[in-house]
Design a protein around this ligand. Structure first.
Ligand SMILES: Cc1cc2nc3c(=O)[nH]c(=O)nc-3n(C[C@H](O)[C@H](O)[C@H](O)COP(=O)(O)O)c2cc1C
Length: 212
């Protein structure tokens, strides 16, 4: 087994020192964790993940995503930088089918929003306790939520999952579906892919980078 920085490891898997109130998922010894797979994921080169990622809209409905992978994805999302370190975002892990159906409707009827894992990233500007105007705090929380979703997306790919980022959402409908006061920034749908897709080609760096 590779040696992990201790705190990272304990955030990914609830250690036995934690009380049951701290636990999102079962304790290490109770969870069915494939440690070889975890080791492999932790050794992943980030460039391989970035260069191999491709949006996926067809998920294998017969293969559920393991709780241990979800825990790693959430821990990865929580490593993202946030404005002032205030973590101005919230994540909703939508498990109930009736809410997923409402989110399909809220996302312009995109059917693949009804995915094995549906995460809604929301802004929480109230957490950003900085002495700046309200619109700046809102902007910070939007960036916090977006970065967290991007980190979660990359982590998911490092774990052999695929994803689709959903930005075409009706904010009010999403808030009603979640019964929350938090404004959503994006929905990240995850699952095992039915078929591995090759990454899309992008415009050349010469057109993208403006050296001035
Ligand atoms: C801000 C943003 C909004 C997006 N919204 C949607 C969406 O509502 N529905 C969808 O199917 N894909 C959506 N996507 C995914 C893009 O279509 C996809 O990333 C793009 O086609 C590039 O493909 P790739 O991710 O495979 O590189 C969105 C991506 C981003 C970053």
């Amino acid at each position: 087994m590779v040696s992990y920085p201790k705190d990272v490891f304990s955030r990914m898997f609830a250690g036995s020192h934690k009380t049951s109130q701290d636990l999102l998922y079962p304790k290490v010894e109770e969870a069915n964790i494939d440690f070889e797979e975890v080791d492999e994921a932790l050794r992943t080169n980030i460039f391989n993940v970035m260069l191999g990622r491709r949006s996926q809209r067809k998920f294998d409905e017969t293969k559920p995503v393991e709780d241990s992978k979800m825990e790693m994805i959430f821990a990865a999302a929580d490593t993202a930088p946030t404005a002032g370190g205030f973590q101005g975002f919230e994540i909703f892990n939508v498990k109930r089918d009736e809410i997923k159906v409402k989110l399909v409707e809220a996302a312009n009827k995109q059917p693949y929003v009804n995915a094995p894992v549906v995460l809604v990233f929301c802004m929480n500007p109230e957490r950003v306790r900085m002495n700046f105007p309200q619109d700046i705090l809102k902007k910070f929380s939007l960036q916090d939520a977006t970065l967290a979703a991007a980190y979660a997306q990359l982590a998911a790919h490092a774990l052999g999952l695929s994803s689709i980022w959903i930005g075409m959402i009706d904010e009010i409908k999403v808030m009603n579906a979640l019964e929350t006061k938090y404004t959503p920034s994006s929905i990240l749908c995850l699952g095992y892919p039915r078929k591995i897709l090759q990454p899309k080609s992008k415009r050349s760096l010469i057109g993208l980078i403006h050296e001035i």
